[in-house]
Design a protein around this ligand. Structure first.
Ligand SMILES: Nc1ncnc2c1ncn2[C@@H]1O[C@H](COP(=O)(O)OP(=O)(O)O)[C@@H](O)[C@H]1O
Ligand SMILES: [Mg+2]
Length: 355
């Protein structure tokens, strides 16, 4: 399967991880600006509120903050909110952008007092940069290495106090010495449908789109617990409502639009269903190795592993086992097929269970 045969009109990255182009512009417009506007994540919000209030009361720079959670849950948004709440400027960079310790030194040495440094995908920083970061976080100091080989010297450089906000999709990947240097770690959870409905109503208001309660519920249920996906689906449904109806989004319009974009009632998209379909129809439900599965759907290993699988696992449709990927009984049901134990391995009996 190839995303490119989707045709040029369809947003090919409806449910993927990162924003780009038009997406990025719209996302910026939809970002909540302060903690009060930020929907859900009650725990993280309450904890962060305390951290920031206390720092403000002391007239101090806030402690370093680590935000962990799946893509699209609001890590970047929260980092900007932290800066806004502290009335501080923010500098944004990411782990992969910092190849050498020198890159990091340049950024650190140009920070203003109290500035927020947002380091996205912090787990992908290079090792030497990481080690420099330890010292910068703890002592607000870096050693700049001048020269090479035996003649190289380390020149210590004082830094103004700053707040590092690190974001990572997997806190477990961070080396413990780095993790320990954050004063506060916020774990972002997937959102409840009711919270996503609030996100959708808010976004609709900002985008000047009319949506009713049922329409929002329909989109929320297919958004994989993720505000970024909810916002993206909202825009595609808005397009449909504009072209095919009177522009108002209700349940029927939302369902019809998402059918066009191949997002099903549980939020699975084409890639998800292709992966599940191959697993069930070609490999009898598994176990099958990731590489084989990826070849079967014509995708990269990483795409299957990082884009499709986390959601399928979370939904209880697929399991990762030491022997390979295995479909659960719910996967058979969801695709309208009969699990082997009930159907003697016979597949293709569409419609028995519905989708
Ligand atoms: N709690 C929230 N309330 C409202 N909108 C949110 C919330 N979290 C995320 N969003 C929206 O989702 C989009 C993606 O959020 P972002 O902060 O970029 O996620 P991440 O950095 O975790 O990948 C943004 O456009 C933002 O407006
Ligand atoms: Mg982000």
């Amino acid at each position: 399967m190839n995303w490119d045969d989707n045709g040029p009109d369809i947003d090919q990255r409806l449910v993927d991880s990162g924003p780009d182009g038009e997406d990025q512009a719209v996302e910026a417009a939809l970002r909540p600006k302060d903690l009060d506007e930020f929907v859900g994540q009650e725990k993280v919000r309450e904890q962060l509120d305390l951290v920031l209030r206390a720092a403000r009361a002391r007239g101090a720079t806030a402690d370093h903050v680590l935000l962990s959670g799946a893509p699209g849950l609001g890590k970047t948004t929260l980092s900007m909110i932290i800066a806004a709440e502290m009335n501080a400027p923010i500098r944004i960079t990411s782990g992969p952008a910092i190849q050498h310790a020198g890159d990091l030194a340049a950024i650190l040495s140009s920070l203003q007092e109290g500035e927020v440094l947002f380091l996205d995908e912090i787990h992908r920083m290079s090792r030497p940069a990481e080690e420099m970061l330890y010292m910068a976080m703890e002592d607000f100091r870096v050693d700049v290495i001048v020269g090479k080989g035996p003649g190289a010297t380390a020149i210590p450089l004082e830094l103004p106090p700053f707040t590092l906000v690190g974001a990572t999709t997997r806190a477990g990947l961070l080396p413990p010495p780095l993790r320990d240097r954050f004063g506060f770690t916020g774990h972002m959870e997937f959102y409840e449908p009711a919270e996503l409905e609030r996100v959708l109503h808010r976004s609709a208001r900002l985008l000047d789109v009319e949506i009713d309660t049922d329409g929002a519920a329909e989109i929320a249920g297919r958004s994989r617990g993720t505000p970024r996906i909810a916002n993206r689906l909202l825009r595609r449904v808005r397009d449909y409502a504009q072209v095919k109806a009177d522009g108002i989004i209700d349940r029927d319009i939302a369902a019809a639009a998402l059918k066009v974009y191949e997002v099903d009632a549980r939020g699975l998209d084409r890639l998800d269903r292709a992966v599940l379909g191959a697993l069930l129809k070609l490999f009898g439900g598994g176990p099958v190795g990731l590489s084989t599965l990826a070849v079967a759907v014509g995708e990269e290993r990483e795409t299957v592993e990082e884009v499709a699988e986390p959601f399928l696992v979370r939904e209880g449709l697929l399991a990762r086992t030491p022997r390979g990927r295995v479909a659960t009984p719910a996967a058979w049901t969801h695709l309208g097929l009969v699990p082997p134990q009930q159907g003697n391995g016979k597949i293709g009996q569409q419609g028995l269970f519905g989708t």
